[in-house]
Write a new protein. Structure first.
Length: 287
């Protein structure tokens, strides 16, 4: 039986780890807030006290953390992954971070005798629960092959994109586009509402034409109903837009529309909507 470690049990990580357990894998877990592990322990997971304890007891450890600061703290901090890695054990960081952060972690893991793979995901709460994420892996190919049975229980499409950093770059491109789409979608719904158009009519027409897509279909109904329960928290979308704009600076690519979307999401965070779904951007426009 495969045994995996899993670090980070937020909205995404808890669902992903649960799918590993349901598939019959042994799973050892750690989360900064221990109570978030209780449901997984009830399903058969082993809970340990530190990231170090996960990494030193599992051939392959997955991590799903909030941002670059959290990813670095779990790796480099006291009793962190770096203290437990080695002897060929693998660390797969599935967090959405900038390429430089992923590369720093990868170099440190390899220097300790471990193997490293980044594997950020495209998808939010429901795909995580359903095991239909898109996994954007890059790094050690042998670790990719070893992690693949776990990936296949968490995702519907798994790709290997090359060297460490390419997975992070792909994820930032995808989320940058998604954030821009949400910004103009919310503006469109707000404009239509001010002009006296029914939201259902707007969604019906959009759903029948060239702009139809699953995100608009799902989020449109939730926006109409005022349901902003977090499937993908707004604060995380703003973080991803910020990192994408920084990537544009690094490679010399102007990102005028995406920089504007980042400012809109920053305003929504400042307005107190950071912990709600990223569709709560609509609240800043429907005034």
């Amino acid at each position: 039986m495969h045994k995996f470690g899993f670090i980070g049990l937020g909205i995404m990580g808890s669902a992903m780890a649960k799918n590993l357990l349901k598939a019959g894998f042994g799973v050892t877990v750690w989360n900064r807030s221990p109570d978030k592990a209780e449901e997984l322990v009830a399903l058969g997971a082993e809970r340990v006290a530190t990231p170090k304890a996960v990494a030193e007891s599992c051939p392959v450890t997955f991590a799903m953390l909030a941002d670059p600061a959290a990813a670095e703290e779990v790796c480099f901090g006291k009793h962190g992954v770096l203290e437990g890695i080695g002897e060929g054990r693998g660390y797969v960081d599935m967090s959405t971070v900038d390429p430089a952060t992923s590369q720093r972690i990868g170099v440190a893991v390899v220097a300790k005798g471990g193997r490293f793979l980044e594997g950020p995901v495209s998808g939010s709460k429901k795909p995580a629960e359903d095991g239909t994420l898109i996994i954007l892996a890059a790094g050690d190919r042998s670790l990719y092959d070893e992690a693949l049975p776990g990936f296949e229980k968490m995702g519907k499409k798994i790709v290997h994109l090359g060297d460490v950093g390419k997975g992070a770059e792909m994820k930032l491109v995808v989320n940058m586009v998604m954030g821009g789409m949400m910004a103009v979608f919310c503006e469109g719904l707000a404009l239509g509402g001010k002009a006296g158009l029914a939201t259902d009519a707007i969604l019906d027409v959009m759903g029948a034409g060239a702009v139809a897509n699953p995100m608009f279909a799902l989020k449109g109904g939730l926006i109409r109903d005022g349901n902003f329960a977090p499937a993908f928290p707004l604060k995380h979308m703003q973080k991803d837009l910020r990192l994408a704009v920084a990537l544009g600076d690094r490679v010399g690519q102007p990102l005028v529309a995406s920089a504007a979307a980042n400012e809109l999401f920053k305003g929504a965070r400042a307005a107190g909507f950071g912990d709600e779904d990223f569709a709560a951007l609509f609240k800043t426009m429907d005034r």
